[in-house]
Design a protein around this ligand. Structure first.
Ligand code: HEC
Ligand code: HEC
Length: 448
């Protein structure tokens, strides 16, 4: 991004433009897309896909991302019968502030009660990470800006130990024991401090890599990058997967395999994953129907027109051009991939993709579906910018709080910023387009 220096001063127009793009608005009439679809059909498909994704989890045969039996059911109960306060130990404050779970309509988002063989199991679904808030609005398919997998793992592990030895009374049947040990494996991997995330809002993809080492019976290498990245927005994924999954294009999106990598990392069995490959495939296909969230504030059209010209001159050769269908909805395109030398953001994500790791991917028991793209994994996508207003903090590593900072030379960007309530309305700055920052010299700044 160091190439953006000459663009200082154009921020206002650019930010307005990006708002325009996010709405899928067309400033200049564009040609009809090749496949014309009635707008209401696309909107209806988007709504149906979001609803289905919101309710999706892959807990199966007692394994996956979950807690031990009955622990979640207990956590949901009021502490005192008269207190009328559900989630006794875990009110909004703990769930959203400490763990980054979205708290929507009085409930934690992406946590499910599943009944399995006479046991109540608390299960984590995809939207625990793949939904989030921006400017006070909640969007399924936006990345969770505050999720803290490491802390969830460490806290869950502690609670699970207490529950195992002190909480549960009565005999444990074989199913109970399996679910319990699988929950322990998940929380141990998630909470491992040696490769976990160090700040909120970042997910260590090192977790996923551990699975391949485990399958091969190999110890983790001494240098094992955390490769923590922000959770990406999923709209446009239908086109993106054709050129590669993830921020570095490393995953081959022709097969559904990587979509379930989190479940494998959580300890799910290979035979179980094989059984539900069609379900994963359907889930990934459904992401192609998502539409970007509309920019909720006013757009000044004259500045937007000016910004569009700047964007076309300075950004479009990497981030592409943007077309809309007759209803003003985006016609998705695949992003362009750039080698790291062209980008020069941090390398931690791609440094995890070593030759040894690639050998393990090729040798894994799921190597017919979980495959890499040999030509990628050494750089980053210049992501398509649909709905970019909601996707802060920016870059694959979430290191830039707003667009104004992004268009500033790296040395002048804030070194630290506050993620508290990142998706709430009061944290959205429509002028900087993204997170608010403390006023220069304000007392808040001293706390960094
Ligand atoms: C712990 C948080 C977390 C959970 C839970 C999670 N994901 Fe993800 N997901 C991520 C992160 C982080 C990435 C980006 C990884 C990268 O770019 O290196 C990602 C990437 C993806 C991608 C690729 C997107 C792209 O732009 O290439 C797909 C598809 C996906 N996830 C599907 C799923 C599905 C399906 C589930 C539920 C089984 C799920 N995820 C659960 C964090 C999560
Ligand atoms: C040389 C190619 C190139 C040019 C020119 C370029 N970008 Fe980027 N941009 C990238 C790449 C690559 C990334 C992803 C880097 C990363 O995540 O590490 C990126 C990331 C971004 C992001 C963050 C996306 C996200 O999901 O967080 C925004 C916003 C952005 N660019 C806006 C712009 C704007 C506005 C311009 C023009 C002023 C521009 N870029 C010019 C290559 C480019």
């Amino acid at each position: 991004m160091k190439r953006l220096k000459p663009l200082l001063g154009c921020i206002a127009s650019l930010s307005i433009l990006i708002g325009g793009i996010s709405q899928g608005q067309s400033l200049v009439p564009t040609a009809l897309p090749p496949e014309e679809v009635a707008p209401s059909a696309r909107v209806a498909r988007d709504e149906a896909a979001r609803e289905a994704f919101r309710n999706l989890n892959f807990f199966s045969q007692g394994g996956g991302m979950h807690l031990p039996p009955n622990l979640w059911a207990l956590m949901k109960k009021p502490l005192l019968p008269l207190a009328n306060r559900p989630y006794f130990a875990l009110e909004k404050r703990e769930m959203s502030r400490r763990w980054g779970i979205n708290w929507i309509g009085g409930k934690p988002e992406g946590i499910f009660d599943v009944r399995y063989k006479n046991h109540e199991v608390g299960v984590l679904g995809c939207v625990a990470c793949h939904s989030g808030k921006a400017a006070g609005q909640f969007f399924v398919g936006l990345g969770n800006k505050n999720i803290d997998p490491s802390r969830i793992g460490r806290d869950a592990h502690l609670l699970e130990r207490v529950w195992k030895y002190l909480g549960h009374v009565g005999k444990k049947d074989a199913d109970y024991k399996y679910i319990e040990s699988s929950a322990f494996e998940f929380s141990r991997t998630l909470g491992d401090p040696s490769y976990g995330n160090l700040t909120q809002g970042l997910v260590p993809t090192s977790n996923i890599r551990t699975w391949f080492y485990k399958m091969a019976g190999k110890p983790l290498p001494k240098v094992f990058p955390r490769s923590a990245v922000k959770v990406p927005a999923l709209w446009g994924y239908g086109e993106k997967r054709k050129v590669g999954q993830f921020c570095d294009g490393f995953g081959n999106g022709a097969h559904p395999g990587w979509g379930i990598a989190v479940e494998l990392a959580a300890g799910q069995r290979v035979d179980v994953v094989r059984d539900y490959l069609p379900k994963i495939s359907a889930a990934e296909d459904m992401l192609g129907d998502f539409l970007p969230p509309k920019y909720p504030f006013a757009i000044e059209q004259t500045r937007a027109v000016r910004g569009k010209a700047i964007f076309e001159r300075s950004c479009a050769h990497c981030h592409g051009t943007y077309e809309t269908d007759p209803a003003g909805l985006p016609v998705y395109q695949a992003p362009k991939y750039l080698p790291w030398e062209m980008v020069e953001t941090d390398r931690d994500r791609i440094d995890g993709i070593t030759d040894e790791f690639l050998d393990l991917v090729r040798a894994s028991p799921l190597n017919d579906v979980v495959q890499n793209n040999a030509d990628k994994g050494k750089g980053y996508f210049a992501q398509r910018l649909n709905g970019i207003w909601a996707r802060f903090p920016y870059l694959h590593n979430g290191s830039v709080p707003n667009i104004e900072s992004l268009l500033t030379p790296p040395a002048q960007r804030p070194k630290a910023f506050d993620l508290r309530d990142a998706g709430e309305a009061y944290r959205f700055d429509p002028n900087k387009l993204g997170l608010t920052l403390p006023e220069p010299g304000s007392p808040r700044k001293a706390s960094f």
